[in-house]
Design a protein around this ligand. Structure first.
Ligand SMILES: Nc1ncnc2c1ncn2[C@@H]1O[C@H](COP(=O)(O)OP(=O)(O)OP(=O)(O)O)[C@@H](O)[C@H]1O
Ligand SMILES: CC(=O)N[C@H]1[C@@H]2OC[C@@H](O2)[C@@H](O)[C@@H]1O[C@H](C)C(=O)O
Length: 355
């Protein structure tokens, strides 16, 4: 059989705005789970860009169009820097998620800025982008898109657990992929770590030093969200309305909140898995040793913490893979997780034009 290698650059900008993730990856088209991340890098945002992307939600239509162009130029230039730094000379296509500035699927709106034509012109490469719009047009949520990557690239695991701002999980139930948000994670932990002067609770050390507050945990466990059936998802608004007020009800020491909320997260996560499940854990929360130990205490599960590269770059890798599926006209959006009217192949393809 002829080995069919495909080389792609995946580009992702997540909600936390810590930077743009770039991966250079090789796929074997005869066996896509046989992939290799060849290079990876995160480029931090300047304060100016962070501010622009954070405030874009209130921009006029004209200003959003300008942002789409300017951010496309930024991505194009940074991709060229990435290519030069690692001397990359074999690229079949670039897959760029862009940055989500508007997401109201119930109103038929989702907008990821970072103009694909501009990226194609600047890099002189084929570019796949705009992965979410078609799904929203088909009545879906336009998210999550990662689960098909979990299914096809990481099928050796029973579950894929991501511990970012929120914990989310995806797994196979018969023919269907199931995916949903479990509970808030770093969106809450970071707030209380920051009250103590830290960006985050490194390895969960502060939590480990705090006291467990039974009343608070009991109150949190009674949140109605935990009783809802998937598909379901969480957002910052929900945390602001339902979680922070419960925590703030009585003045508590940040380290006790960290201890209690970390134990709470462990309870919510452990509840998802059957005994002995093989779980791939990614996202920054995979570095929270206290949290990981608490999950293991509560349930006998095999939590597999992969390399730092995979923890940090799994999403960029999967967007490169979504690009590969799009280029091959294969399904890359699953109705079972987004709620769209059908499975479909999503993403716009741009070719370089002379400018
Ligand atoms: N050493 C560590 N110990 C504990 N927590 C950590 C550590 N390193 C990173 N984190 C946590 O992980 C967070 C970053 O994770 P990640 O990049 O997955 O989040 P994200 O991009 O906001 O996620 P998403 O957009 O998927 O919700 C940090 O804000 C921090 O809370
Ligand atoms: C609209 C949008 O950009 N959603 C992101 C966001 O960041 C995390 C969560 O909310 C997830 O739903 C999604 O990204 C991941 C990569 C996804 O689509 O699977």
């Amino acid at each position: 059989m002829i080995k069919n290698e495909v080389f792609s650059i995946g580009v992702m900008s997540g909600t936390s705005l810590d930077g743009i993730d770039f991966v250079y990856v090789k796929f074997d088209e005869n066996n896509v789970s046989n992939f290799k991340i060849l290079e990876a890098k995160t480029i931090a945002y300047s304060d100016l860009w962070k501010d622009k992307l954070q405030t874009a939600i209130s921009f006029s239509e004209d200003k959003l169009q300008d942002l789409d162009v300017d951010y496309g130029v930024l991505l194009g230039e940074k991709i060229n820097d990435f290519i030069a730094e690692f001397k990359i000379d074999n690229i079949d296509f670039i897959a760029s998620h862009g940055h989500t500035v508007l997401h109201q699927p119930e109103n038929g709106i989702t907008l990821q800025v970072g103009n694909g034509q501009i990226i194609a012109n600047l890099t002189k490469q084929k570019v796949v982008c705009d992965f979410r719009t078609q799904d929203v047009k088909l009545g879906g949520q336009g998210a999550p898109l990662v689960p098909i990557g979990d299914k096809l690239l990481f099928s050796q695991y029973d579950y894929c657990l991501n511990l970012g701002g929120f914990a989310n999980v995806s797994y196979q139930k018969g023919e269907e992929r199931i995916a949903y948000d479990i509970c808030p994670v770093n969106i809450v932990l970071n707030k209380y770590a920051q009250q103590l002067g830290f960006n985050y609770d490194d390895r969960g050390k502060i939590a480990a030093s705090g006291n467990y507050l039974l009343n608070l945990d009991t109150e949190l466990r009674s949140l109605l969200y935990y009783k809802e059936k998937p598909p379901k998802s969480l957002g910052l608004e929900w945390v602001q309305e339902e979680v922070f007020p419960r925590i703030e009800l009585v003045k508590r020491k940040p380290e006790d909140v960290l201890r209690t909320f970390t134990d709470h997260i462990a309870w919510a996560i452990a509840d998802v898995f059957p005994e002995n499940a093989k779980v791939l854990v990614t996202g920054g929360g995979a570095f929270n040793e206290y949290l990981i130990a608490q999950v293991k205490n509560k349930k006998n599960v095999k939590l597999i913490i992969p390399s730092k590269k995979l923890i940090d770059f799994k999403e960029a890798l999967i967007f490169a893979f979504l690009g590969l599926l799009r280029v091959d006209n294969q399904i890359n959006c699953l109705k079972s997780v987004t709620g769209a009217s059908k499975d479909h192949s999503s993403g716009e393809v741009f070719y370089p034009k002379e400018i």
